[in-house]
Design a binder for this molecule. Structure first.
Ligand code: FES
Length: 361
């Protein structure tokens, strides 16, 4: 049996050639196959045109992104089979995604069909880089730049540069969604105001029926909204609802503390508070009738509704804002005014001087 016909277990150490001594013999290099784009000049030019076209479409898609951003109404929707989705999201995602995909495909095509195709052997060497290594690195970098053929195929470089540069446009345009600059005037008209006003009835959150003071039992909690919420629609209604949501609770007046400054903010132990946690804004309605505590499920902040909504536990830093309420001529609960302090989480510019603190009267 010749050496080549032997299996590895047949060979004695003397039979083995140096290569057969290795656990996995060196398979050597695959025979070189010339690429079609090198073998056929027409094919090479076709590949070049494909790459430039793909890079060239990316800026057009970036501009389309911007046009869609401004042209498509925010509440427009499209139906594609069972999918019902926002037209703007679809258009923005489609244009930006396709632009990135085209840049990726063009780059892969460029690397596989146009860049230099020779095999390179790299010797292993110590990790420390000597001055000579750095010189060689510089030379390799310059050789790589030459191999990329950017010198001869200038349009590829230009197309790639403009495609990547144009992608900054969608990113910049969407910064507009960060909203108006929160000046004190803007804040006063937006996050520091709700649609509660004098005489607005408190209506049940689910049935939208007005809440009658006489019908509330001690220990009862009702999730409620302002009656005038019906005037709003779509996103505007959601925005106003998020700020104006309240809870109404009835407690035994003898078992709670009502400061003098808030004596006429309640009706026989019926009090109303913002439903929005002052930590980071979760809606709250976990109510402990016996302790009068309201628990936020998100991070366990606990507010004492029998003591003007002060924080008794957890990360919230401010008491729950209380809505001043009274009853109208028909006995329905109505607001006396808007909240006296902004509802919801804290923010840098918020003026906290008017927040209720434990012990205030
Ligand atoms: S949002 Fe309520 S405790 Fe964090």
């Amino acid at each position: 049996m010749s050496n080549n016909e032997m299996t590895p277990s047949d060979r004695t150490p003397e039979d083995r050639t140096p290569d057969q001594d290795q656990p996995v013999p060196d398979p050597g290099l695959e025979p070189y196959v010339e690429r079609f784009s090198d073998a056929d000049p027409d094919a090479g030019r076709r590949v070049y045109r494909q790459i430039v076209t793909m890079y060239g479409l990316a800026p057009i898609l970036a501009v389309a992104f911007v046009v869609c951003y401004f042209a498509i109404p925010r509440d427009a929707a499209v139906r594609i089979g069972p999918l019902h989705t926002s037209a703007m999201n679809l258009a923005l995602g489609g244009t930006a995604g396709l632009a990135i995909l085209l840049i990726g495909l063009a780059s892969i095509h460029w690397a596989k069909q146009i860049m230099e195709d020779r095999e390179v052997v790299e010797e292993r060497h110590p990790v420390a880089s000597s001055a000579q290594d750095r010189r060689e690195m510089g030379a390799a970098w310059r050789a790589g730049a030459a191999d990329s053929r950017l010198g001869r195929r200038k349009m590829v470089g230009l197309a790639l540069g403009s495609a990547l540069g144009a992608l900054a446009l969608p990113a910049l345009v969407t910064l507009a969604d960060l909203g108006p600059k929160p000046t004190s005037k803007v804040r006063a008209e937006t996050i520091e105001r709700t649609i509660w006003a004098e005489g607005v009835r408190l209506v049940n959150d689910v049935t939208f029926t007005p809440v009658k003071a006489a019908e509330m039992q001690i220990g009862e909690l009702v999730n409620a909204q302002p009656e005038n919420l019906k005037k709003y629609h779509g996103a505007e209604q959601q925005t106003e609802r998020a700020k104006a949501s309240i809870i109404i609770v009835r407690m035994d007046p003898a078992s709670i503390k009502i400061p003098d400054s808030r004596r006429d903010w309640q009706v026989g132990g019926i009090l109303s508070y913002s439903k929005i946690c002052t930590h980071v804004g979760c809606p709250i309605s976990l109510w402990e009738q016996q302790t009068h505590h309201l628990l936020c499920p998100c991070h366990q902040s606990t507010f004492d509704l029998g003591d003007s909504g002060v924080v008794v536990f957890g990360p919230a830093a401010r008491a729950l804002p209380q809505l001043p309420i009274t009853v109208d001529s028909e006995g329905y609960l109505v607001a006396r005014s808007d909240f006296t302090v902004p509802v919801g989480p804290s923010y840098f510019e918020r003026d906290s001087r008017h927040d209720f603190k434990k012990g205030d009267n």
